[in-house]
Design a protein around this ligand. Structure first.
Ligand SMILES: *[C@@H]1O[C@H](CO)[C@@H](O)[C@H](O)[C@H]1NC(C)=O
Ligand SMILES: *[C@@H]1O[C@H](CO)[C@@H](O)[C@H](O)[C@H]1NC(C)=O
Length: 238
């Protein structure tokens, strides 16, 4: 009797409530029910946690599928008849073009930026400029072009010309760059480039500074089976 008293005394209120609801249940049975309750709650918690984990995994996998890379070689012949090929990598919001021995360009469709890193420079440098991405082939259309097996050698019928020159501003922080641009420029100085006015030419700049070079990169802007339109970006860098 003494043991019982000491057991029930501390939570008298609980006992009162239990007594009111379940008047004739022995102590042992109550303990059993308590244990079962704990087990049931544990099972529910476990089920919720496992379900949340599954939902999270499905979400992450789905997100990866959405960002899936499409990579392919895109052979082309430019206006001057020179054949070349670009390794193209397309994600949902970026397009990257690598030309072995020349350079790599990344178009960021979220921020409307073009980063170009020429290979043959004494100091690794990325040229960064604003581009109107609505005039370009969207990542979706570019993916379609890469998947189209009939596109074996895209001949250029005409091309546009865009010239940029260094603004003298080195971009101090690369955090805002898109993932592929950031990767491309991680060990390089990022130079902000601006449209080159017609009055500025390489020779007049060379007189003031040591040496100026033109680097260029051509982007397929529009293509169907009969007609391909390229824009060539010329970068004047001193
Ligand atoms: C981008 O190009 C499109 C199509 O040529 C034009 O309608 C639009 O005004 C341009 N946007 C900017 C910001 O220049
Ligand atoms: C573009 O070039 C291809 C091949 O050189 C030619 O067959 C086609 O007619 C040209 N298209 C136009 C619109 O000039």
């Amino acid at each position: 009797m003494k043991l019982m008293a000491s057991e029930t005394k501390p939570d008298i209120s609980t006992v009162v409530v239990q007594t009111a609801l379940e008047p004739n249940i022995p102590q042992e049975e109550k303990e059993k029910r308590k244990r079962l309750k704990i087990i049931a709650i544990s099972v529910i918690v476990l089920v919720v946690v496992v379900t949340a984990a599954i939902v999270a995994v499905v979400y992450v996998v789905g997100k990866q599928a959405e960002d899936t890379f499409k990579t392919a070689m895109l052979p082309y012949t430019d206006e001057s008849g020179k054949s070349s090929s670009q390794k193209v990598t397309v994600t949902a919001r970026e397009e990257k073009f690598e030309i072995a021995g020349t350079g790599t360009a990344v178009f960021d469709f979220d921020k409307s930026l073009l980063a170009y890193k020429p290979e043959k420079m004494s100091k690794p440098t990325c040229f960064l400029t604003a581009v109107n991405t609505s005039t370009l082939l969207s990542p979706e259309k570019m993916k379609g072009l890469l998947e189209d097996k009939k596109v074996s050698n895209l001949r250029s019928n005409s091309s546009g010309h865009a010239e940029y020159m260094s603004s003298g501003v080195v971009v101090p922080n690369k955090d805002f760059l898109s993932p592929m641009s950031k990767e491309l420029c991680k060990d390089a100085e990022v130079m902000w480039m601006v449209p080159k006015p017609d009055c500025v030419d390489q020779n007049s700049l060379a007189r003031k500074k040591r040496a100026c070079y033109y680097y260029y990169y051509c982007y397929i802007r529009y293509c169907d089976y009969l007609y391909c339109y390229y824009t060539c970006y010329w970068w004047l860098y001193c």
